[in-house]
Design a protein around this ligand. Sequence first.
Ligand code: BT5
Length: 260
Amino acid sequence: MSEPLDIQEIKRHLDETMTLGAQFLLFESVNSTNEYAKQNVEVNGTVVLAEKQTAGRGRLGRDWVAPAGKGILMSVVLLPEPGFSVPLLNLAAGVAVSEALQSLYSMRSVVRWPNDVFASRKKIAGVLAETQFRGSDLSKFILGIGLNVLQKPGDFPDELRKPATSVKQETSLTIDRNLLTAGILKSLDSKIHLLESGNSHLILQEWRARTDQIGRLVKYISNKEEKVGIFKDLAKHGAVILESDGHQAEITSGEIILLE
Ligand code: BT5
């Protein structure tokens, strides 16, 4: 295992005014940081970290796989405030990862709707947003981020759906997971404040500047339908505007696959 995650070290790089980091929880091993947050965390801005997950999850019942001590496995918990937007925060998380990689390691990466970060055409991070409701009110929002940091090519299982990479494979610089965790949290915190101050259009703008999907031919897959079209843009609330057969439709869930 590399340098272990260390809450004091992470905190050293954060500002006191941040929403994120109100409380830190760090596990050597946990089933899933998202699941733990869902069941146990009630403090806004809590960050749950783990060196290892025994049941790390992706979207739609899929798995997130990472050997102990090699990745960043993190969930942040937000108790919704006015202006809260689940899809925009989901997008913001990918942007935050991409920004942190750029500012710390000058690394280029792209965001892909709804929740992936890619580097050198390989998946480097994924985001899993989960919600809890009290009656019809959103009571808890959990944003899970899995980032491959120190994995070598042989550390990824063969059956992954898309080729995978890690920060280590993309840069020759020394990587400090504590600094990187703090960098992601700082960037994500600034997005949360953009949303809270009514500047959600800036998140869309940042996402657009970091994606390679806009204007491209894509296949949309949901459990109801499949269609091919052009990824025109993001709508105001973070949906994909897909143009196919001369019609535009807004996509809020499902998969988008690049075709060319
Ligand atoms: C995601 O799902 O990309 C969201 C992943 C979120 C993981 C974090 S870790 C902390 C927090 N706690 C959790 O339990 N989860 C979150 P999706 O788009 O469904 O991608 C999952 C698919 O990516 C899997 O079916 C695999 O094919 C592939 N995959 C699994 N592990 C991977 C890895 N380390 N790197 C790249 N691809 C991976």
